[in-house]
Design a protein around this ligand. Structure first.
Ligand code: LLP
Length: 443
């Protein structure tokens, strides 16, 4: 195996990079280097032109991710309602809407973004969340969304009231909690009885009966979402078995159940070796479809991370290197305010130098940390990396989902710019914040 295949301390080939992000050999005076690119654009060029920290997304990878889902579910009636919370950049929403996507929104803000991206998309929008306010329901009714995923009795009553006020039918599904365990971080598991989400399957029939009595509610479906970053397909199948039973019971009671909203949650591989994504999504589709076979349903799917996660990187520059006793630190210009997943979930993100010098194979064990004044401000701990120098560029991989959307201005740090690359074309899809933006709303 050549040294370049071992740069991160384990073996991989650059074919196993997230699609859209590939190393390309570049001859320089000092020998050949491998340089990471996004689609057809070299990342160092982007860092030079737009500065760091910088989010870079591959439009090709996003389109491909969506296509994999569309193909896996092609034999059943379905709508993919991309979960806006994963990455809500307008240009990404626009790109997805163009490819036929609908949206899963959880706030009036996300609804407004979806409509700004495509003013005709409302009929493909589902509204989820345990705490929809009256104003949010009203906005969604006005827009004419496809379906409200209702999560409690009180919410059902309020939705009926809002719909009556506007004399508009509200299509609704109850989000049921199927009580299935799925292996993921406790903060993002949602499918158990102890979680705040949905209503217990046992209570659902009573609530559907209640909904049926309301003149402005139209029962249309059943919805679930068992959690996020779930990398086994079995729990999805188990949830669907429970949903299938419920659909049969509800239909027997005379309710017209047309849709099943499967939720999102399919995880991605943040570490090597990466799985074969096409096969993986096909397995997921089989697990979901099989229990529902013969029920003649329209499936709604709410993937977020699995479509945009691998399609983005966070570029950051090495500011300093330092050593405290035995411990080596690489201090970079991105921080927990730009990407909070490692701090919040102890999430692992692969980090790679953007330029890999082929004639240097030295590695060191380092913590990659940001400038924020907290020890929780780290991107990697005790990670083997090829030796980097101050000024080098690093890419934090798989940060297209739950990266920028969770960014904050902590320490009064401006949020990064975002670029969308498609082939050779580069678009700034969000400019870097200026310092004065950060206090512009303060009186
Ligand atoms: N549908 C509903 C109702 C959801 O609550 C979520 C995610 C999704 C769909 C999309 O799930 P996905 O396909 O992206 O897994 N910030 C965390 C993830 C939180 C997920 C919240 N709900 C993280 O960085 O891992």
């Amino acid at each position: 195996m050549s040294p370049r295949n071992q740069v991160l301390g384990h073996s991989y080939s650059w074919f196993e990079r997230p699609p859209g992000f590939v190393f390309r050999k570049q001859r320089t005076r000092g020998g050949a280097n491998l340089i990471l690119r996004c689609d057809d654009v070299l990342l160092p060029t982007l860092a030079e032109r737009y500065g760091t920290p910088l989010y870079v997304y591959s439009a090709t990878a996003i389109r491909e991710g969506l296509k994999v889902f569309q193909t896996a579910f092609r034999d059943v009636l379905h709508t993919i309602c991309y979960s806006v919370k994963a990455n809500s950049n307008l240009s990404i929403l626009r790109l997805l809407a163009k490819e036929g996507c609908g949206f899963d929104v959880v706030s009036a803000g996300e609804l407004e973004r979806a409509l700004a991206a495509d003013s005709t998309v409302a009929r493909r929008v589902v509204f989820s969340g345990v705490g929809k306010s009256r104003d949010e329901m009203t906005a969604a009714l006005k827009a004419g969304i496809l379906i409200f995923n209702v999560e409690s009795e009180s919410e059902l009553l309020l939705l009926a009231e809002c719909a009556a006020q506007q004399r508009k039918m509200a299509r609704m599904a109850l989000r049921v909690n199927p009580d299935v365990a799925a292996d993921t971080h406790p903060y993002i598991a949602t499918g158990l009885r102890k979680h705040k989400f949905g209503v217990p399957t046992g209570a659902a029939r009573r609530l559907y009966a209640m909904a049926a009595k309301s003149r402005y509610l139209k029962i249309a479906g059943v919805s679930v979402h068992i959690g996020s970053q779930i990398t086994e397909t079995a729990p999805f199948g188990e949830a669907m078995m429970r949903v299938a039973d419920l659909v049969r019971a509800l239909r027997a009671e005379g309710h017209a159940i047309e849709y099943v909203d499967v939720g999102g949650g399919l995880g991605i591989e943040y570490q090597q070796p990466r799985n074969n994504f096409v096969e993986y999504v096909a397995n997921y589709a089989r697990a979901v479809i099989e229990p529902l076979r013969g029920l003649n349903l329209h499936l709604l799917l709410e993937p977020g991370r699995s479509i945009v996660g691998p399609a983005g990187v966070l570029l950051t520059s090495v500011l300093y290197k330092k050593q405290n006793d035995g411990k080596r630190f690489v201090i970079v210009d991105a921080a927990m305010n730009d990407l909070i997943r490692p701090a919040l979930y102890r999430a692992y993100h692969e980090i790679t130098p953007v330029v890999q010098r082929q004639n240097s194979s030295r590695e060191e064990t380092v913590d990659v940390v940001g400038p924020v004044c907290e020890s929780g401000d780290f991107f990697a701990r005790d990670r083997n990396l090829p030796e980097v120098e101050e000024g080098d560029l690093l890419a934090i991989l798989d940060t297209g989902a739950y990266g920028m959307v969770l960014a904050s201005n902590y320490n009064t740090r401006p949020r990064p710019a975002e670029l969308l690359v498609s082939g050779k074309s580069v678009k700034i899809v969000r400019r870097r914040e200026k310092l004065r933006d950060l206090y512009a709303a303060e009186l």
